[in-house]
Write a protein that binds this ligand. Sequence first.
Ligand SMILES: Nc1ncnc2c1ncn2[C@@H]1O[C@H](COP(=O)(O)OP(=O)(O)OP(=O)(O)O)[C@@H](O)[C@H]1O
Ligand SMILES: [Mg+2]
Length: 316
Amino acid sequence: MTIIDVQELTKVYRGGLKKRGIVALDNISLSIQQGEIIGLLGPNGAGKTTFLKVVLGIAHPSTGQVIVNGYKPKDPRSRKHLGYLPENHRFPEHLTGLGLLEFTGRMHGLKQVEIDARTDRLLEMVDMAKWSNTKIRKYSKGMQQRIGLAQAMMPDPDVLLLDEPTDGVDPVGKVEIRKVLERIRSEGKTIVLNSHLLSEVESVADRVAILSKGRLVRLCTVDELITRNCQYEIDADIGNRLVDIPVEVGKILNVSTSKLIVELTAEDKINYVIDVLRMKKISIRAIQPLKLTLEQSFMEAIVPSGTVGTHKGAEV
Ligand SMILES: Nc1ncnc2c1ncn2[C@@H]1O[C@H](COP(=O)(O)OP(=O)(O)OP(=O)(O)O)[C@@H](O)[C@H]1O
Ligand SMILES: [Mg+2]
């Protein structure tokens, strides 16, 4: 079931060069399914936060359609089952972690018994139970993000919108936050997870949507992102034997005495290459699709993106 449906969404902020407007989102279409974890990736200024703000009804679409939980974002019913962790949040520092969760619970209109039950469970879940009576001003960045995740979970949301949950957190804190995300994931929540690092979302996300200059440049699974179409690495005892394949099958990208890298015109052409090697009595040890590193694939997705157009009719 589609829980967030975005069709041809464009968001233009007022301002920019000669007041032509700033195109933060450019014709985005994206359907997010219930229970799915989608990583929204992109460099600074790509439009990730704007996307969440439009879903939340904080920013309004310039053009296009957005439906959340069956309602338009300007309808408060769309937010009834949403949890949100903003980027660069500043929770009131005089509150304790527990105080923040109680305050959030009251804002969501929960009864005290529900608040008590949820705070205990959530503090455990984010590993903050022993710090619950310490003031937020004394929290490290990692603790602030973990308590932020707990406040996002207070309304027991179906959908969580998390804007850079590991931003500014050290590597140890990042691992802890990843564990919390995995716990949240196991509860079957739909999560939109903003990040500018693919390595951060790869372990939890089902799909990644890569934004660049407001445009959706890639939408696929992490595995699809790092797999090069039709490129294979073959470990084989080639020695100094000559291997050749016809152009209609593909081309050899690299060959050594023990390895062959080929790019094929179609997936099933790998069988032809195997036949060629076997006919030459070359022993094959392994064949695997060629994978890019996460960083390479992310860069490949964002670098060739086109220029951002300018739109009239700017609004905030
Ligand atoms: N309220 C605003 N008014 C005008 N321009 C804005 C506003 N908010 C964002 N922008 C611009 O819209 C573009 C997208 O910004 P956005 O904050 O959505 O990107 P982001 O991907 O979240 O970036 P970051 O990784 O830095 O958080 C940027 O060019 C930004 O300067
Ligand atoms: Mg942002």
